[in-house]
Design a protein around this ligand. Structure first.
Ligand SMILES: Cc1cc2nc3c(=O)[nH]c(=O)nc-3n(C[C@H](O)[C@H](O)[C@H](O)COP(=O)(O)O)c2cc1C
Length: 354
């Protein structure tokens, strides 16, 4: 079994190791355009040695942003600004990835540090969309229910953003189908009450994801990598659960998805979630074994030995780190030292190597 510091190849894409940077919204863009903050945020972790640096949830359409300050990839200006970031990440030896997203009924909220509550139209927000006209929670707007025509446009928006991602130089596209955002909302029987072809049965609820995946696979060609992040369980009685995730993952594999990034939760405010170190790892293992495709594990993984054992023990093919990398951009260098692995340092920093 390979360990955390063994390289990985997926299609034509190389990863120098399996310690990856998880996508993390920075709520720091104007009009969806990445700026110096995003360059340093991703660039520092790439310098620090991650195998993959993943851009945060990036909206495929303006109304798909979680907040007015989210990144977007629906126009030329955004694409051009991403090119600079991709170039820097690649120069540092990391593989550039981007998570394409649509926030669905959880769109148009304030920055978390400003309360994170819905932003009204009067205050610069918009009316969100969803599979069904059901609000996320009290105080949240009732979303506009997408029509079949709207869904066709949505699928094309994902494909167009994926083409832009390729032109900007990204080597991995991840689709955000987790955390209660639009694609997840379609999957869950609790948020998708449609009776047309896009709901009604497990097959129908998975349809939007299938269509988006197929369109994006076509858009990026067969040399680049396609990941999908899912919530393996939504921790609510009668909701989306591990069995559904295994069935979905098997379907994704057949459609050309290379890896499932296994997260959980976020679709319903009354979820019963009790996190502990590596709490989502068992989901990753189950999906990897039962759907027979590569997975990544994420969630409260902070110790080098733990991360290494997840890969070496066959729980996942890679580990994504989120908050630990916000605290320690150079975590990977320290982890290599702790695990007695030799990795390349940036030559400018060699005098600090221990
Ligand atoms: C500030 C912040 C922003 C996040 N934004 C995203 C995001 O854009 N997309 C996503 O899939 N997950 C997002 N997440 C979840 C992380 O990617 C990760 O799955 C989660 O934090 C658990 O991993 P950790 O314990 O290593 O932080 C975010 C988490 C944080 C802390």
């Amino acid at each position: 079994m390979p360990g955390l510091f063994d390289p990985l190849r997926i299609r034509g894409v190389e990863f120098r190791n399996r310690a990856w940077m998880s996508p993390m919204c920075q709520y720091s863009a104007d009009d969806g355009v990445p700026n110096d903050w995003h360059l340093v945020h991703l660039g520092a972790r790439a310098q620090g040695g991650v195998g993959l640096a993943m851009v945060e949830a990036t909206a495929v359409a303006p109304e798909g942003r979680i907040s007015p300050w989210d990144l977007g990839l629906w126009n030329e200006q955004q694409q051009a600004a991403f090119e600079r970031i991709v170039r820097f990440v690649v120069e540092q030896g990391a593989t550039p990835a981007i998570q394409l997203a649509h926030a669905g009924r959880k769109a148009s909220t304030d920055r978390p540090w400003q309360g994170g509550k819905p932003v009204s139209e009067a205050a610069g927000g918009w009316v969100p969309v969803g599979p069904s006209a059901i609000a996320y929670n009290e105080g949240y707007p009732v979303p506009h229910e997408l029509t079949v025509e709207d869904i066709a446009i949505l699928v094309e928006q994902f494909a167009e953003a994926a083409r832009r991602a390729v032109r900007a130089g990204f080597q991995v596209v991840e689709l955000h189908a987790a955390h209660g955002y639009l694609l997840h909302e379609f999957l869950s029987p609790l948020t998708n009450r449609r009776e047309d072809d896009y709901g009604g049965s497990p097959e129908g609820r998975r349809r939007v994801v299938r269509e988006v995946v197929s369109a994006v696979r076509d858009a990026i060609g067969d040399q680049l990598a396609l990941f999908v992040r899912i919530s393996a369980s939504e921790y609510v009685e009668g909701g989306w659960a591990l069995e559904d995730s295994v069935a979905l993952s098997a379907e994704l594999k057949a459609l050309g998805v290379d890896l499932v990034d296994v997260s959980s939760g976020g679709n319903l405010p009354h979820q019963s979630l009790h996190p502990y170190p590596g709490y989502q790892v068992p989901f990753s293992r189950a999906i990897r074994e039962r759907a027979d495709l590569p997975t990544a594990a994420v969630g409260l993984i902070t110790e080098p030995e733990h991360a290494d054992s997840i890969v070496a023990g066959g729980d996942a093919d890679a580990v994504l780190l989120g908050r630990e990398l916000l605290r320690h951009p150079y975590w990977v260098q320290d982890a290599a030292r702790a695990l007695r692995k030799e990795i390349d340092w940036r030559p400018q920093y060699l005098r600090a190597k221990r």
